[in-house]
Design a protein around this ligand. Structure first.
Ligand code: NAI
Length: 306
């Protein structure tokens, strides 16, 4: 198989490395900067004999080279600097993702699109609209990352292996994301049985600010190792048709009482993309939070289209 990664910055190049070293697919890494994707691809290829994988990594500035991709992952665009919100990136990134998606579709009409560029839910909607693809074939990566952050914080707090922790974060990828502690477990035991409410609320807040915490530490950009791992999990699930239940930004057609919006919900991912959306039972307060999150995404889509 073949995966094109658009944007050879921190997230794109790390994702290319993960896909290649896991031997999942050949990777085409595309960027607007001349020499950058070529240099990174060559550097990664020069490690092939040591890492012992068979994936070819091609760096290019030309969309023709992405032809025949099974999956296109869009990471092109600006990342946050300290003090910026994801929404501050909107106008610049909207143009970039729409152009990237339209050009990729021309050469890979069968591809499934995974959007990473922020603000995530808005960019995913714009890619869906610009490509005119069935919504199952366009999704956004955020929930796997946000859930993985919460999973990490729970494991750190309890001193248990992250492998035993399962966490679920829904909603938009931003301050209005919806971590669901009721659905977080350690080896099947709900964390609400293992921690008091104050501790849980602290971990939830840290998850909400998980991206900003790293932006503040790095000063030069945002997180990329965990984002690349999260996107790679989605790529693997689709290529291997694994039917894993992962939170992803998906197009809602009435699920959770929401219409015509992209938002993070639990999705069964497989070779056709979003195979189905699972509706988990929410409390009235959680449902209200999800609707607030949706309203904010919708408002931003309108602003981006203006
Ligand atoms: P980066 O600045 O390291 O890389 C972005 C790359 O995009 C640069 O190499 C740039 O040359 C390229 N680019 C810009 N315009 C382009 C165009 N028109 N065509 C092709 N390439 C173009 O940024 P980083 O850290 O890789 O982040 C990328 C995006 O992903 C940002 O918007 C960031 O906010 C977002 N992100 C989203 C996450 C999520 O959970 N959804 C997690 C982490 C990052």
């Amino acid at each position: 198989p073949r995966v094109s990664v658009i944007g050879a910055g921190n997230v794109g190049r790390t994702l290319a490395q993960r896909i290649a070293e896991k031997n999942l697919a050949d990777v085409v890494l595309l960027d607007i900067v001349h020499g950058l994707p070529q240099g990174i691809a060559l550097d990664l290829m020069e490690a092939q004999g040591i890492e012992l994988h068979d994936s070819e990594i091609i760096g290019t500035n030309n969309y023709e080279d992405t032809a025949g991709s099974d999956i296109v992952v869009i990471t092109a665009g600006l990342a946050r600097k300290p003090g910026m919100s994801r929404d501050d990136l909107m106008n610049v990134n909207a143009k970039i993702v729409v152009e990237a998606a339209t050009k990729c579709l021309k050469y890979s009409p069968e591809a499934i699109f995974i959007v990473i560029t922020n603000p995530l839910d808005v960019m995913t909607y714009l890619v869906w609209q610009a490509t005119g693809l069935p919504p199952q074939r366009v999704m956004g990566m955020a929930g796997v990352l946000d859930s993985s952050r919460l999973q990490t914080f729970i494991a750190m707090e309890l001193g248990v292996s992250t492998a035993d922790v399962h966490a679920m974060v829904l909603g938009g990828h931003g301050d209005l994301m919806l971590p669901l502690p009721r659905y977080c477990t350690v080896s099947g035991v709900p964390i609400t049985e293992l921690m008091d409410e104050i501790t849980i609320n602290r971990l939830v807040e840290r998850t909400r600010n998980g991206g900003a915490e790293i932006v503040k530490l790095l000063q030069t950009g945002g997180a990329y190792y965990a984002p690349a791992s999260s996107a790679c999990t989605m790529v693997e699930t689709i290529l291997r048709n694994q039917s894993r239940l992962l939170p992803a930004a998906a197009y809602l057609k009435g699920e959770y009482g929401l219409q015509d919006v992209y938002l993070g919900v639990p999705c069964r991912l497989g070779c056709r993309g979003v195979e189905s959306i699972l509706e988990v039972r929410l409390t009235d307060a959680e449902r209200l939070d999800l609707h607030t999150s949706a309203a904010s995404v919708r408002q931003n889509v309108h602003l981006a289209l203006d």
